[in-house]
Design a binder for this molecule. Structure first.
Ligand code: CMC
Length: 370
């Protein structure tokens, strides 16, 4: 056993392993996926290309992309058994809990559950990449008492998700903004949910269990769940003329404001400018400009007063709302994207594994007798 080191609370500032998947550069407020600046990927690629990049380490050729997309389309359907089981979940269930349970169900259906060679794990990733939007849409349709809409292979993954939820695809600009969010949410180094997937993988548990664990970690409001909390907050603010006073009141009370702050970034989240632009585009296209105005005022008031910048969840929340999604679907949408980052980390951990097993410092009772 090596010498013991006492890590700071929350493992802040601790490097726990190496990765080739992404790099956060806090001093420049930049993010790199596999060597490419995310801002450039947003400009030049779609979310399928970025998902391929995440898993393969290289951007796809046209032929590779066509094969990837055709596999994704082939795997979109979910079994009758899973569909029936989703209908049996409590109607009040949060969609993240539905999704987590349904991912475990996908694992139970897979005869290769314990096969962990690279190709099988990659195929499991493709299966989840394709089925997760279908699961989320099925849960949503059930929650509103509407029939399930089967996946449409003539549509892109993003457009198909809108169609499965609402029975129609919105204007191209809306689908584009959604796709931008999928690129930005895809990967972010050793955040809590990604680390969770790596911890689970390190025990040589199966890939479905690792991803289901990631969903559980992402759900928390300090992590992915913040995008939902941001929208509840904007609803509480209500209108642009209330926004400055609302934020000043929260700051005076030293309250935590959702969608602000980050463990790694101090000068601003690299992903915010692109998502803010996408959110403003959606506000223009849908004519719901007040949400964008409230959001701008809250941001300015917070940055001026405390120097604390918004994170990606801050513009993503209102963008999804203006696209028509119910608030409790926002964090599941994060999963539609993050599945590719998680899967890449599962594969990387598996390829060079040592069980992740830290120590704790016991501060409980001294030895005593019953
Ligand atoms: N509102 C008000 N003050 C804040 C906030 C906030 N959202 N975030 C940080 N601070 C203050 C905090 O009070 C502390 O001040 P002081 O030094 O005076 O005590 C200082 O900034 C440092 O904060 P911290 O809590 O030590 O930061 P952390 O690295 O432990 O936590 C965080 C990071 C993201 C959990 C935290 O900023 C937070 O809770 N933010 C709100 C939830 C949120 O938006 N989460 C999304 C995270 S990013 C995307 C994602 O994962 O989905």
């Amino acid at each position: 056993m090596s010498e013991t080191i006492k890590a700071p609370k929350g493992l802040a500032g601790v490097i726990v392993d190496t990765t080739e998947i992404s790099k956060v550069i806090p001093e420049l407020s930049k993010l790199i996926y596999r060597g490419y600046l995310v801002d450039e990927l947003v400009e030049k690629c779609d979310s399928d290309q970025v998902a391929y990049l995440m898993l393969h380490g290289e951007l796809p050729t046209d032929h590779q992309l066509a094969h990837f997309v055709s596999k994704e389309k082939e795997y979109r359907s979910i079994s009758d058994g899973l569909l029936k089981s989703i209908k049996l979940y409590p109607k009040k269930a949060h969609p993240m809990d539905i999704l987590q349970t349904a991912i475990s169900y996908l694992g139970m259906e897979d005869d290769r559950l314990w096969d962990d060679d690279h190709d099988t794990n990659y195929d499991k990733f493709l299966r989840m990449y394709a089925a997760i939007p279908t699961i989320i849409a099925a849960g949503y349709r059930h929650s509103i008492g509407e029939d399930f809409i089967t996946p449409d292979p003539s549509l892109s993954r993003a457009a198909n998700f809108f169609n499965m939820c609402f029975g129609e695809v919105p204007a191209d600009g809306i689908v584009k903004a959604f796709d931008v969010s999928l690129i930005l949410y895809a990967e972010h180094s050793f955040n809590a949910s990604t680390f969770t997937t790596r911890v689970i993988t390190s025990t040589t548990s199966d890939m479905y269990s690792a991803i289901a664990g990631g969903v559980g970690a992402l759900k928390g409001p300090l992590h992915g769940g913040a995008n939902e909390q941001v929208m509840y907050m904007l609803q509480e603010v209500g209108s642009p003329d209330q926004a400055k006073a609302w934020m000043e009141d929260k700051l005076a009370k030293k309250a935590k404001v959702m969608g602000f702050g980050h463990r790694v970034y101090r000068k601003g989240d690299s992903r915010v400018p692109a998502m803010k632009k996408a959110m403003h585009d959606v506000a223009e296209l849908t004519g719901q400009k007040d949400w964008a105005k409230i959001s701008d005022i809250l941001e300015k008031t917070m940055v001026d007063a405390k120097g604390i910048h918004p994170n990606l969840d801050f513009p993503a929340g209102p963008a999804y709302y203006m696209m028509g999604f119910p608030i409790d679907l926002f964090t599941p949408i994060f999963v539609i994207s993050r599945i590719s980052g998680w899967a890449a980390h599962v594969m990387e951990q598996r390829a060079n594994n040592r069980i992740i097993r830290p120590l704790s410092e016991y501060v409980g009772h001294e030895l005593r007798e019953i």
